[in-house]
Design a protein around this ligand. Structure first.
Ligand code: ARG
Length: 576
């Protein structure tokens, strides 16, 4: 239980008792304070309404504050702030309760069904760092919401349909389905794509064949579909290798690409046209929505059927909404997608609302993903300006982590260093993606990400490993350290106060869909632990009861760090 949720009802009750029933449930306006554990600022606003001096109102509230067993000290300060200092015993009881609770105070919420659209790379194209970020953020949200008790349905909306597939299939036929060139799809998809593109641009015959191949594909020609399936499969192997390296939870069962909606598209257009929501404009079927205007106030259409009869990205996305509401029975739908697609998604949702496919009771959220930049503050690319190969980037991260660990821990056996380097390197990359607000951009800087100091993944992993080493030295497992926790020293108190916030923070991440809050919180826990460890001897504590209490506090710290990192999809190495 967090400070907010413990103190809020207490102060609210005091307000009501002091000022009368019309103030029942008044917000105590709790704020962190330098001078106490927390400060209640409600008296200022209440004083205005009551026409009494704020300090008087504060005094009246304090008089009715049933602080027994919770608060050690209550003080009025400044114009009418109420400074609240918690009782050490209360804090000790709260962390002790966490130590006995396998959920660590994380609530189990009423289950909602939540489809999450994330990752969504494109077949026969390189996954870029933008896809990396939607993959990492989406996966952290999926893990967190599941942990809170929700029914998460992962939807990997891969780009597996559209006009380029004519050219890609023709190229596959030319190089041979079992050739090394075809295998490029599994290792360097861009190289395959570029080669196909090159053929398309330089050979008129090839281009003509490609165009009729698209027609055959759309008409459901069996042989063409077989070739297309092969192409998608090879690409999926590539995605799966990346997912495996990253340790994300997506599997083939979560694939729900653009092509899965093919059979819905004609009906979607027909229904929208019949309802008068879509109209023909210059040969294309379009939806014109209020409030979407471009330059010179010209309305921006959502094109749902092009003049050549083809369907586009907007049509398939309308199908995603309808499917997720109607078939998946969603309560809340998340689209973890690049920020620039905001206009597109909003037009899709507005259209779906008009059509009755997206009732007001279903919440839909665009979890906007900001750009990942290079040191030149432009979209991250290789030195030669080519788009980055994601696998190469991940390999570099692991190699950099390996160098860091070789330097920091040459005493660890080679085998151990080989095991933890990927945990650290990948953890570093993921943490960098997660620790900034998902909608802001950031500069990709490997050497900063893998640093053992600062707000980095490795710093948190290191904190957890340090706690583990205490237990190794003690010769007991953390699961055995479940004694009563008594806090007395300031550093102990600070650490315990951080730890008891865990459940509330996880709930907030689930509500606001902001994993960076969990990152910031875990960073504070790690810092508080470090201060505790410096100031409070654990194994060397003279009093056995103190030693036991501190070991138990270490165990809760470890649980919070490991569980918290786990919700972010980051491993916690045994040793570092
Ligand atoms: N494949 C798209 C891209 O690479 C992302 C798809 C996102 N999801 C969606 N339902 N539109 O940009």
């Amino acid at each position: 239980m967090s400070l907010q949720s413990a103190l809020s009802p207490l102060v609210s009750a005091a307000i009501e008792a002091a000022l009368g029933p019309e103030h029942a449930g008044a917000d105590p306006v709790l704020r962190p304070s330098q001078f106490a554990d927390i400060q209640a600022n409600a008296a200022l606003a209440l004083a205005k309404r009551a026409g009494r001096p704020p300090r008087d109102v504060a005094a009246a509230i304090v008089e009715h504050l049933a602080a027994d067993g919770v608060l050690a000290q209550v003080e009025i300060s400044g114009p009418g702030f109420i400074n609240l200092t918690l009782d050490d015993a209360w804090i000790g009881n709260r962390v002790s309760a966490m130590s006995a609770d396998e959920r660590l105070g994380v609530p189990r919420q009423e289950t909602q069904t939540v489809p999450i659209d994330y990752s969504a790379p494109n077949v026969a194209k390189e996954m870029h760092v933008g896809h990396l970020r939607t993959t990492v953020v989406g996966d952290a949200l999926a893990r967190t919401l599941e942990h809170l008790g929700h029914h998460v349905i992962r939807q990997n909306h891969i780009g597996d349909w559209g006009t380029p597939f004519g050219m890609l299939i023709e190229h596959l036929l030319e190089v041979g389905e079992d050739s090394d060139e075809a295998r490029l799809l599994e290792t360097d998809p861009n190289a395959f794509y570029q080669a196909a593109r090159g053929r398309f641009e330089s050979d008129e015959d090839f281009a003509t064949r490609s165009r009729s191949r698209v027609v055959a594909l759309q008409a459901g020609d069996a042989e063409t579909l077989r070739l297309w399936t092969g192409l998608v499969e090879l690409s999926t192997h590539y995605f799966n290798r990346i997912y495996g390296t990253l340790g994300v939870t997506l599997t083939d069962a979560d694939l729900a690409g653009e092509s899965t909606y093919n059979d819905d598209l004609a009906a979607i257009c027909a229904e929208l046209e019949a309802a008068g929501i879509a109209t023909m404009s210059e040969g294309a079927l379009c939806v014109f929505l209020e409030g979407y205007t471009g330059r010179e106030g010209r309305p921006v259409p959502l094109i749902i059927r092009k003049s050549d009869g083809g369907y586009g990205y907007g049509t398939t996305d309308l199908a995603t909404v309808r499917h997720r509401v109607r078939d998946l029975v969603a309560d809340r739908i998340l689209y973890v997608v690049g920020a620039p697609q905001s206009l597109h998604l909003n037009m899709v949702w507005d259209t779906a609302r008009l059509a009755g496919w997206l009732p007001e009771s279903v919440e839909v959220v665009h979890v906007q993903i900001g750009n990942v930049l290079g040191e030149d503050r432009k979209i991250l690319r290789t030195r030669s300006g080519a788009p980055l190969r994601l696998m190469a980037l991940l390999e570099e991260a692991v190699a950099t982590a390996r160098a860091v660990i070789d330097e920091a821990r040459p005493d660890l056996p080679e085998e151990t260093r080989a095991t933890i380097a990927p945990q650290i390197g990948i953890g570093a990359v993921k943490y960098a993606d997660l620790s900034v607000a998902h909608d802001s951009e950031y500069v990709f800087d490997l050497s900063r990400m893998v640093s053992l100091t600062g707000n980095t993944g490795p710093y948190l992993q290191y904190a957890a490993a340090r706690v583990r080493s205490i237990f190794r030295t003690a010769g007991v497992g953390p699961e055995q350290a479940r004694g009563r926790i008594v806090v007395t020293e300031p550093a102990e108190r600070e650490l315990a106060l951080e730890l008891i916030e865990f459940g509330e923070v996880v709930a907030q991440v689930g509500a606001a869909l902001e994993p960076h809050r969990l990152c910031g919180y875990l960073f504070q826990v790690a810092q508080a632990f470090s201060a505790f460890y410096e100031n409070c001897p654990v194994l060397k504590a003279e009093d056995p009861a103190v030693r036991e209490s501190r070991l138990a506090l270490c165990a809760v710290t470890l649980d919070v760090l490991v569980t918290g990192l786990g919700l972010l999809g980051i491993e916690a190495p045994e040793e570092m």
